[in-house]
Design a protein around this ligand. Structure first.
Ligand code: HMG
Ligand code: MG
Length: 306
């Protein structure tokens, strides 16, 4: 399989952690139910392709995200292999479900805007912190690792532009609940490179250095990869991506797929930045998944290589 010519560039990190969200963000918006055993195989194949972190599913209300209603079945089938994979939990009920299965990594997901907090969590912007506070406290007390997401960092479909200060306030509040990492979500994929740099500068100024930050780009406007490059240059070393470029949030109007993991790996391989991921095995996995979903993977790199 073709690979990019290796030509390193100055000023970039030697190693990047890819946080794979395909089984969760990638599948949550799929209209046709994907059988639990296919999800389990998808996760197993992604791990075998060398992805160091695979977010497996969500312990949200099953009626809110029917595609992931089989979260317990999937995690049970994974057994020990799933114990360290992160899962989304919005509230204490979600945490209880994850704890019952012995899981060790959870992620809370807040909003930088009022409208998305209401639509995605059925809570006001302020109420979301009250919902997450006991989740993080109890998870940390039980020795779990907690990631926090903040959504609508670069724009909101209902509110339009979102001031950087508002994003930093919400993100810092979520992180300060006791998270170890904050993932900055461009939920609807509208951000541009200068905006990325300015947002990261503002988080650094608020006391959150690049090494506790991750970037979560959706590729709606084709900006995900250039935005990734801007964040790499800034010093961020954790990037969320979805195999094949699947994805989108059912409660965020106009959201399309995440940055495709293959597109990210192609760029990082060309730059000589280590990820531990095998591009051929990943492409094979996304092609296999695309057959199950009945349409080609959105990723440009998958289309070029399959
Ligand atoms: P609510 O209706 O306000 O819930 O929903 P509630 O607290 O009023 O509880 C109502 C009933 O639901 C109760 O049952 C609860 O037990 C039950 P009853 O007592 O009436 O019989 N319940 C649950 N059952 C199972 N699991 C649970 C759970 N919670 C309550 N966890 C809630 C509030 C947060 C639950 C709901 O709004 C929800 O599930 N939202 C999730 C939406 C979602 O998953 N969105 C996609 C993920 S976010 C995303 O994709 C963005 C991201 O990728 C980053 C980016 O791109 O920016 C992360
Ligand atoms: Mg997302």
């Amino acid at each position: 399989m073709r690979s990019p010519q290796l030509v390193p560039a100055a000023g970039l990190p030697a190693r990047v952690t890819i946080y794979e969200v395909g089984p969760r963000d990638g599948l949550q918006n799929e209209a046709t139910t994907v059988p639990a055993e296919v999800k389990v195989e998808f996760i197993t194949r992604l791990l075998a392709a060398g992805l160091p972190v695979v977010e497996a599913t969500s312990f949200v209300h099953p009626a809110w995200v029917p595609q992931l209603a089989d979260a317990a079945e999937v995690m049970t089938a994974l057994g020990d292999a799933g114990r360290d994979l992160p899962v989304l939990v919005p509230n204490e009920r979600g945490l209880d479900r994850a704890l019952e299965l012995g899981l060790r990594h959870v992620a809370i997901f807040g909003s930088a805007t009022e409208t998305f907090a209401q639509r995605n969590l059925n809570r006001s912007l302020d109420e979301q912190f009250a919902m997450f506070e006991p989740v993080v406290a109890r998870a940390r007390a039980a020795g779990l690792d907690v990631r926090a997401y903040v959504s609508m960092c670069f724009g909101d479909p209902w509110e339009g532009d979102v001031p950087i200060g508002q994003v930093v306030d919400a993100g810092k509040r979520l992180f300060d609940l006791g998270a170890t990492q904050l993932s900055l979500g461009d939920t609807i994929g509208v951000g541009t490179a200068g905006h990325v740099t300015a947002l990261l500068d503002a988080f650094n100024a608020a006391g959150l250095p690049d090494d506790v930050l991750a970037m979560h780009f959706h590729d709606t406007y084709g900006q995900a990869l250039v935005n990734t490059h801007a964040a790499l240059l800034h010093g961020v070393t954790t990037f969320d991506a979805s195999a094949g470029g699947l994805g989108g949030c059912p409660y965020a109007e106009s959201a399309t797929g995440n940055l495709a993991t293959e597109d990210l790996v192609w760029m990082l391989d060309g730059l000589g930045i280590e990820t531990g991921v095998s591009l051929p095995r990943l492409v094979e996995t996304s092609t296999w998944m695309a057959r199950h979903l009945g349409r080609p993977a959105p990723s440009r790199v998958v289309a070029a290589l399959e």
